[in-house]
Design a protein around this ligand. Structure first.
Ligand code: ADP
Ligand code: MG
Length: 238
């Protein structure tokens, strides 16, 4: 069970309150997209779920556990960023199995997992290449594969496609939707692009200025926006 619940989450940087009274339930197994203009608090929200930023108030639950104060490695989550942060000196294979080596997973089990996962993300032929020999899309797949070996209940993705060209971005959107179906994990995906959000999510959370404007299915948001901000942001005809 990897439902995520945020209860009255607040976040301030010094005097600056950037998230206020955020209440949100992210259903287990959903593909939830956080979308909103630059600076509205999407990344900060994701980083608090991951445990990379500490909330100034409120509670975060992942599954049956309140995770306030729990370190990122113990939250049953994996995070994928827009700048892939791969280890440049390591091969694709070494990058992917790094976390497994650290956790002392036996070699045969590592080999099996890496083989299975690289086939899923289409990297089987690239195992012995270094990241600089790969395209942007391939690097993004390595980052995904590295998250997948942890077999987390939750994938947190912060604008993972924004460095890709348009064609690849469209292809990766489809691949991520398929991957979500296949893994059955909870995906929380951040983007500032409303078209990307509406085409990928089964639940869309629209944010503005540190608050949630509306959280609904794409259909409901499009057909029945709760407020002017949502209508204008999504571009619903008047
Ligand atoms: P988004 O991801 O939606 O573009 P962020 O979550 O990155 O927005 O930022 C929300 C607000 O918090 C912005 O006003 C940003 O300037 C501020 N902020 C984010 N991180 C920090 C930080 N480490 N220190 C100070 N202010 C920050
Ligand atoms: Mg951001």
């Amino acid at each position: 069970m990897a439902q995520i619940v945020l209860k009255q989450i607040e976040k301030s940087f010094k005097q600056d309150k950037v998230i206020e009274g955020l209440d949100l339930t992210i259903e287990d197994g959903s593909f939830t997209v956080l979308v909103g203009p630059s600076g509205c608090g999407k990344s900060t929200t994701l980083r608090m779920i991951a445990g990379l930023d500490k909330e100034s108030g409120g509670e975060i639950w992942i599954g049956d556990h309140c995770v306030n104060g729990v370190e990122p490695g113990k939250r049953n989550i994996a995070m994928v960023f827009q700048n892939y942060a791969l280890y440049p000196m390591m091969t694709v294979k070494e990058n992917i199995e790094f976390g497994l080596v650290n956790r002392k997973v036996p070699r045969t089990e590592r080999e099996r997992l890496v083989k299975e996962i690289t086939e899923v993300v289409g990297l089987a032929e690239y195992l012995h290449k270094k990241p600089q020999a790969l395209s942007g899309g391939q690097r993004q797949r390595v980052a995904l594969a590295r998250a997948m070996v942890k077999n987390p209940g939750v994938f947190l993705m912060d604008e993972p496609l924004s460095n890709l060209d348009a064609k690849l971005r469209h292809q990766m959107r489809t691949e991520l939707i398929q991957l979500h179906k296949r893994l059955g994990a909870t995906f929380v995906f951040v983007t500032h692009d409303q078209v990307e959000a509406m085409s990928m999510g089964d639940r869309i959370v629209i944010m503005n200025k540190g608050r949630i404007q509306q959280a609904d299915s794409p259909m409901k948001i499009y057909d029945d926006p709760d407020n002017v901000f949502t209508a204008q942001f999504i571009g619903t005809p008047p």
